[in-house]
Design a protein around this ligand. Structure first.
Ligand SMILES: [Zn+2]
Length: 150
């Protein structure tokens, strides 16, 4: 094991211990220490809410503020882009750019359908990475490459 890996594990262990002792009621000093360790270990801020208080558990980084969990080695620097390359965010409204088939629906999703309040979702293959609700169809997952930001 390389020294840097050993140190990282060691610091992550301390961090877990601090969190366990304080049971998430963190004082200013412990928050400062946790952020310091986080910077040394290069734990990213939350990719959803940009919280600084993320911590690592195994391969996963966990955000205590919005409960988002993700594996940074799978989704490093992941941004969601629409068909035109515009960056999408949670809560955006989009329009569907092509007719999409939907299981159990004869009409599917028509081109031009407007969707409000999308939720972005981590997927390994980058498909069906938007969670949304469409009138007449219900909750469905669609791919960001088939939508355009409004
Ligand atoms: Zn978060």
């Amino acid at each position: 094991m390389r020294l840097v890996d050993f140190l990282k594990d060691f610091l992550l262990g301390i961090m877990k211990l601090i969190k366990a002792i304080l049971n998430d009621k963190m004082s200013l000093q412990s928050i400062t220490l946790v952020i310091f360790i986080k910077e040394i270990c290069m734990i990213p801020n939350c990719i959803r809410c940009n919280s600084e208080y993320t911590y690592q558990d195994g391969d996963f980084v966990i955000c205590p503020e919005c409960s988002h969990e993700w594996n940074p080695s799978l989704v490093s620097e992941h941004v969601w882009k629409d068909a035109n390359g515009n960056i999408l965010s949670d809560g955006d409204s989009v329009t569907v750019i092509k007719q999409l088939k939907v299981k159990g629906s004869s009409s599917g999703i028509k081109q031009g359908t407007k969707i409000k309040n999308i939720k972005l979702k981590e997927t390994i293959d980058g498909l069906h990475d938007i969670d949304c609700k469409i009138d007449g169809i219900g909750r469905i997952e669609i791919s960001s490459k088939y939508v355009r930001k409004l």
